[in-house]
Design a protein around this ligand. Sequence first.
Ligand SMILES: Nc1ncnc2c1ncn2[C@@H]1O[C@H](COP(=O)(O)OP(=O)(O)OP(=O)(O)O)[C@@H](O)[C@H]1O
Length: 450
Amino acid sequence: MLEPTAPAQPGEPEAATIVEPVAEPATASVVAPESKPESVPEAAPAPEAAPERAPVAVPVPESAPEPESAPEPESAPEPAEAAEPAPRGEDGSNPAVARVVTAAVAGAAASAAQPPAAERAVAEPVTPDPVLAAPLPAPAAPAAADDDRPADEDRVVADDRAVGAERGVAVIPVTSPKTAPRKKRTLRVARPAPPADAPRVLTIEGLVKRYGDTTAVDGITLDVRAGSFYGIVGPNGAGKTTTLSMVTGLLRPDGGAVHIHGVDVWKQPHAAKRITGVLPDRLRLFDRLTGSELLYYSGSLRGLDHATVLERSADLAAAFGLEDALDRLVADYSAGMTKKIALACAMIHSPRVLVLDEPFESVDPVSAANLTDILERYVGGGGTVLLSSHGMDLIERVCDSAAIIVGGRVLAAGTLDEVRGGQTLEDRFVELAGGRKAAEGMEWLHSFSD
Ligand SMILES: Nc1ncnc2c1ncn2[C@@H]1O[C@H](COP(=O)(O)OP(=O)(O)OP(=O)(O)O)[C@@H](O)[C@H]1O
């Protein structure tokens, strides 16, 4: 039964708690895996040739007709060429991002001392694993009376602990997966989902993408409402990156349409790029530029003037902890630093919508917490985030809505609670993705080559 707690204060995550698993999973927004549609709406003409995966990670010039074929320059590009003042709000910028960056800069120093995201109060406190968290009993102590493990397993654990005590090391028993009682978790939502009548800022209708005989995306339809923090999950090869690439104008769809704030991404690419910030998969940055040059290029490309680019670059560098790396070539950055500079480039023009493909991949826990703060403030200020991630806990901590994509199709979409249906997101995901695979027939793996 869903029992939301007291409503959260504006800007704060809500601690709505599912006290007990729902008796009947919400099914209204869940599509049975076998209910494959026979046909897919084709709202856009098919291209003559299937293009390759989007190759660029920096903002695409608004004048570029085909971003998929944008070549990587040999030398630093000329920012002024594509500069075009982009109309924004009253002061020419999205106030959400301005607030985010200001707040992030103010909190940047403090964030370094914060515990990782998993430990912060804004999110669900991670329930410690009862096995790992429990103090180790005396070596020969018997197992708890209510433990389900067989007696001989208890003996092995006790023996192991005795040996460990002799050697001065702690031995943590590994519970057999067959007998381990299922860990109960309290389901929470990080924030309330936008109301059902909130405007739809991102609509994806019947997207299709084929590569030869492979249908990477098979009629995906999603609605993202204003102020939503929306997560897409799915197994490897599910079509997440292909979908997000089509959503952001980096990969031409074979069918379907995408609108961002009413702007058709494929018919009005210049207008769409003004209001969208993109972190693509497989970052291919102009990495012979320094961090500050790349930020300057990105800001100039979006029409920001010199002073504004410098000011925002400094704010973003501080927010992402990159101040000391700004004068180094991006080619010399670590994977996490590269991800962060790419995120900063995606945000510098204060877009209304951020589309981020695996933003937390390769990012350390402190930086991930910092990034989460930045994105939460961005959403709290009126921005909208659509991201993909393999981190189920992370999605549950930060997102209010989610979609599970399997085999290029949406199998569940809606608010976090609708998608989970009383389970954890991970359990629901595993269920829809076809369950866990037993590693049978791999006896050779235990033969060890030596
Ligand atoms: N350029 C391409 N040429 C041929 N097939 C492709 C291409 N890009 C993607 N695919 C195929 O499309 C399917 C979806 O790939 P996609 O990268 O979108 O999956 P994903 O959900 O992002 O996976 P992951 O979680 O591993 O990143 C896969 O079968 C993949 O092999």
